[in-house]
Design a protein around this ligand. Structure first.
Ligand code: M6R
Length: 615
């Protein structure tokens, strides 16, 4: 939810931390702050607004000195976004500072005790409670900062990734994680900390990902010393070689990350099936499935849990799994699943889908399913993320870093991985005809070039965006494999343009939504050939007879819908289960262009954050 960055080394910390915060702004962007220590003074500069506002304030204060620094970009959970609630937070003595991503759930009783002992609080945050608790432990138990952090965290309930600095122990930073990500970059005579590796990838490719329940003392003298929060027992840190590069996390000439990521889809889909899909040999190789093939073949049921766009990918997967693997599938919002009393049997498999691999509700759903004996398979994009580690087995989507808050390439690569899984299992089970299986494998190889063809229509789609940018509402309709695409199209529009949009199965329109249709209402209808085409054409006629405006997403060469709709966008023909990989592209571009024309912040839409690590 928030982004944290830190530096300890011989260079100026300010530019490194600021640049890092800009890379993490996708995680939260309602306020930002930095604490710098120059050997004498520990100075905190913070403000409501974005990192660019922080830079302005730091310039006015001329506070940029120090080779130790920690910074924060916030997505508010406790207390409104304002200067005071921004991080870093001082302790009462102002000797300590903290940055925190997560929530301390029991902050109120802790605060009460601290207030009773004379502590004063400036902000409404749970974080200020934690730093004063650490200070209180230091004072009362006369222990080092590291020990005080450990003792305090054992009293805290909730989720956190924190970095703490004490100006009296000026050569070290203490970090800890539970439920929120934290990576440590290991350089030469310098160390970095961050919520993900993007802030330090240009300085080092060596990283340590702290596990849940671990903390570390970082100093130039001793390096990174990792231990367990619970009992202080030392842990051998594993240094991972990172494979991402700077180019992957920059805009590469595009105006926005979202547009770059939309255009990356042909490549991303290829990366997803590279080495897995061997069409000529009729083979799908997926280690996570191959190693557990009996479990999948004998599964009585698959439960998919996810949130947002990943949930939509799960719905597409439901259609694909049931069609080919003939395993019953239930798709659940992770947030609902975890709070009811779901029936989980021992032959059930839970598939958790998450781009970030950090979504708190999805993580909690996994833990619940594991407690009840289910086998958990993770489909994540971020390598080494919490969900990928918590799962028994999994498959990465290999989409590369997705920075835009609105998911695009994550969606199409999730569908690709899930389709590969379904076909691999279907082949093993014998639930698919050989000829159909081979046909599907060869067709999947054609998808990236077909996505390229859809992208060529960008200019035409921009014109459609111009025509509807001032709409207050928009409906999206689709059937079968494309019903989830309708939901995803509506989500894309509302999250970045703030236009109200709803997705429905096309046939449901007559059960209610049709009442909304008048000459002001644009209706995006996915009407590709095969997928109940004639029925969808009837739905279009129903809309037109009520004077609604129809934007049809049709198969190349379509004439019928062209004759009825106000606009059409063509996608190449493909096999029906793969149509979502094509039909979703124009909907992403339509939302993008509408949002740009309305002057919205496409990559960082209001109130949202890229990874939702709070409940
Ligand atoms: O990282 P995850 O895939 O678990 O994230 C789930 C949702 O928060 C995410 O898909 C969200 O809905 C996006 N903003 C959609 O564009």
């Amino acid at each position: 939810m928030c982004g944290i960055v830190g530096y300890i080394g011989l260079k100026d910390a300010y530019p490194i931390v600021i640049k890092g915060l800009k890379r993490l702004e996708y995680r939260g962007y309602d306020s930002a702050g930095i604490a710098l220590f120059d050997g004498n003074n520990l100075e905190v500069t913070k403000t409501k607004g974005k990192v660019a506002d922080l830079e302005r304030v730091a310039l006015e204060k001329n506070s940029k000195k120090g080779s130790i620094g920690i910074g924060h970009t916030r997505w508010a959970t406790h207390g409104v976004p304002n200067d005071v609630n921004s991080h870093p937070h001082y302790s009462n003595s102002e000797d300590l500072v903290i940055i925190h991503n997560g929530i301390i759930e029991n902050y109120e009783p802790l605060k009460k005790e601290l207030v009773a002992r004379g502590y004063e609080f400036k902000s409404d945050t749970d974080t200020e409670v934690l730093i004063n608790l650490i200070e209180d432990v230091q004072i009362n138990e006369k222990v080092s900062l590291e020990k005080a952090v450990q003792i305090a965290l054992n009293q805290a309930i909730g989720a956190y990734a924190i970095a703490v600095f004490d100006k009296r122990q000026e050569n070290e930073l203490i970090v800890a994680r539970l439920g929120s990500p934290l990576a440590i970059g290991v350089g030469e005579n310098e160390f970095f900390i961050a919520s993900d590796a993007s802030p330090f990838i240009e300085y080092t490719s060596d990283a340590i990902y702290l596990e849940d329940g671990e903390m570390a003392k970082i100093s130039l003298k001793e390096g990174v010393v990792v231990s367990k929060i619970k009992d202080g027992v030392a842990v051998d840190p594993y240094i991972q070689k990172l494979k991402i590069n700077l180019e992957q996390i920059e805009k590469g000439g595009f105006d926005h990350f979202m547009l770059k990521e939309i255009y990356e889809q042909p490549h991303a889909i290829t990366d997803t099936y590279r080495g897995r899909l061997l069409a000529n040999e009729g083979v799908i190789k997926m280690a996570g499935i191959d190693d557990n093939i009996d479990k999948f073949v004998n599964a009585k049921r698959i439960i998919i849990v996810a949130c947002g766009t990943s949930w939509h990918a799960g719905l597409v997967a439901e259609y694909i799994f049931e069609e080919f693997s003939r395993i019953p599938v239930e798709v659940e919002y992770a947030s609902e699943f975890r709070y009811r009393n779901p029936i989980i049997n021992k032959d059930d498999i839970l598939i958790a889908i998450s781009q970030s691999g950090e979504t708190a509700d999805t993580m909690a759903a996994i833990k619940l399913a594991k407690q009840r004996g289910a086998f958990v398979f993770g489909v994540c994009n971020v390598v080494g993320s919490s969900i990928s580690r918590e799962s028994h087995a999994g498959a990465y989507t290999h989409a590369g870093p997705e920075i835009g808050v609105a998911s695009t390439k994550a969606f199409t690569t999730q569908i690709t991985v899930l389709a590969l899984m379904a076909l691999r299992i279907a082949k093993q089970k014998g639930s698919i005809a050989n000829s159909q299986y081979h046909y599907l494998l060869h067709e999947m190889e054609q998808i990236p070039s077909k996505v390229e063809k859809v992208l060529e229509q960008n200019d035409a789609i921009e014109k459609v965006a111009e025509a509807y940018k001032d709409s207050d509402n928009c409906l999206y309709l689709g059937r079968g494999f494309n019903f989830p695409v309708a939901l995803e199209g509506a989500l894309k529009l509302k999250e970045i343009s703030y236009i109200h949009a709803e997705g429905y199965p096309a046939a449901e329109m007559k059960h209610g939504p049709i009442a909304l249709i008048d000459e002001q209402m644009p209706v995006v209808v996915i009407a590709t050939k095969k997928g109940h085409y004639e029925k969808v054409v009837s739905n279009i006629q129903e809309i037109k007879s009520r004077k609604g405006k129809v934007i049809g997403i049709v198969t190349e060469g379509d004439v019928t819908v062209k004759g009825l709709a106000d606009h059409v966008i063509e996608v190449p023909e493909t096999l029906e289960p793969f149509t979502p990989l094509l039909t979703t592209i124009p909907l992403q571009l339509l939302s993008y262009h509408i949002a740009v024309k309305l002057g919205k912040n496409v990559d960082q839409p209001r109130n949202l954050a890229k990874s939702v690590t709070v409940e």
